[in-house]
Design a protein around this ligand. Sequence first.
Ligand code: IDP
Ligand code: MG
Length: 153
Amino acid sequence: MEKTLVLLKPCTLQRGLVGEVIERFEKRGLRLAGLKMMQLTDAILDEHYAHLREKSFFRDLKASMKATPVIACCLEGIDAVAVVRAMTGSTNGRNALPGTIRGDYCMSNQQNIVHASDSLENAAIELARFFKPEEIFDYESSNLNFLYALDEL
Ligand code: IDP
Ligand code: MG
């Protein structure tokens, strides 16, 4: 099973979409292994968005991510990284396909509802950035045999 990180951005809290977005992941069959509200700082955002440091929108992006606390989620499932990225949709909400989270809930390139890890390697790095080991819970899903076929497990 893979684990991946999702952040529900401040736009999602302000727009009252936290429950709906988490519900989509739950209904898909992803296991919620970690969940917490946290206020992000420049230090964590400089690390998290290091690949965008030179971009003109970097300051605005950081400000938008500090506007309110965010909700951090650790989601688990087979191929969870790719499944969650596909559910997230293209970065710019205006280009994101209907049926994806961004394609259903936003109109912006920046205020785009969620962050989702883009590779298994980055998921591990990002989960360690946002969660302490004891904040990830490895409780057993009681419905695994109904979510997956035996030969998938
Ligand atoms: P991703 O979130 O789809 O993985 P990244 O390229 O990693 O996209 O960018 C991280 C975040 O930076 C985006 O989710 C978005 O909030 C913001 N961002 C990316 N490109 C732009 C842009 O061209 N203008 C404004 N904000 C942007
Ligand atoms: Mg990214």
